[in-house]
Design a protein around this ligand. Structure first.
Ligand code: SAM
Length: 282
């Protein structure tokens, strides 16, 4: 466990038997933390920082709330949660290497010059754990975010149940995932870019990023063939989430989803309503 003032790293649970999909995800992200932030932005035409900001605005973290960020990677969403509110964040990922990068990020948080830093309790707790089996009691969190996760799990429906389990009744949940643009010309451009441009660009950076560049387009397309957005919304509802809303951004290249866990809402839940003005109920 790190003794850092602003974050701590905890390992949860013993390794379980791993599917081919999980082994691939663990291997894929082992070599990516370096330059991840810059390249993730570059490979999405500069769009995904904007998507992350919209995700966090939509989930509406309030001061004093406890928010779980699942598949936190290098901690970009967790950092945005802290930037937009005075909530505390628990950030989970199954990759030790990605969490190392997140820990380096939060060693600097809050930014130097903040006189209150030394006296503050840890703002972020980093935990090595799997989304499929979260090491938390039912209803532990006021809000939950997850980004680019469901393509890497064997059973998205079961994973949604697990994510909803740790959210308190009335708590808010939001996700971000790449999408395939529904409008014909945009879809054709997306296909050409993911089939040709992206693999070439990514390979220029490194062999490992080249693998990501080749993998990303087919991974996104086959995910939605098996799990169309409407069906994913059904998984959310079956998990006990209500008011499921979908917002497509950048012609559908990014898909945000928002919902609330069934049960009594708390006063902190109000800010999430801002997202409803932009997102369609499905
Ligand atoms: C593309 S990265 C996204 C990271 C971050 N959310 C962001 O927005 O930049 C996907 C992350 O999901 C993590 N991941 C994949 N499957 C997971 C699982 N089953 N449980 C926890 N983390 C997982 C990977 O280790 C990786 O850090």
């Amino acid at each position: 466990m790190s003794s850092d003032a602003s974050s701590e790293l905890v390992e949860a649970g013993a390794p379980r038997s791993r599917s081919a999909r999980k082994r691939h995800a663990l291997e894929l992200f082992r070599g990516l933390p370096r330059r991840y932030d810059l390249l993730a932005a570059a490979l999405s035409f500069g769009q995904d920082p904007r998507w992350r900001r919209a995700l966090v605005r939509g989930v509406g973290p309030a001061p004093g709330e406890r928010v779980l960020d699942v598949a936190t990677g290098t901690g970009l969403v967790a950092a945005e949660l802290l930037r937009q509110s005075g909530c505390s964040v628990v950030a989970v990922d199954q990759s030790a290497e990605m969490l190392d990068a997140a820990r380096a990020r939060f060693r600097q948080y809050p930014p130097s010059g903040d006189g209150a830093r030394a006296s503050r309790p840890p703002a972020v707790q980093l935990i090595e754990a799997e989304a499929e089996k979260l090491p938390f009691a039912d209803g532990s969190f006021d809000a939950l975010t997850f980004t680019y996760l469901l393509r890497y799990v064997d059973d998205p429906r079961a994973t949604m149940r697990e994510l909803a389990r740790v959210l308190r009744p009335g708590g808010r949940i939001a996700s971000l995932e790449f999408g395939v643009p529904p409008w014909g010309p945009a879809r054709a451009a997306w296909r050409a870019y993911t089939a040709v441009g992206l693999p070439i660009l990514a390979r220029l950076v490194s062999r490992q990023w080249g693998e990501v560049g080749r993998f990303l387009g087919p991974s996104i397309a086959s995910f939605y063939e098996q799990h169309p957005v409407q069906r994913i919304a059904d998984y959310w509802r079956e998990a006990g989430l209500q008011h499921v809303r979908v917002r497509r951004m950048s012609l559908g290249g990014g898909i945000l989803m928002f919902a609330t866990r069934a049960g009594n809402a708390s006063p902190g839940g109000g800010r999430a309503n801002a997202a409803r003005a932009h997102a369609g109920d499905v």
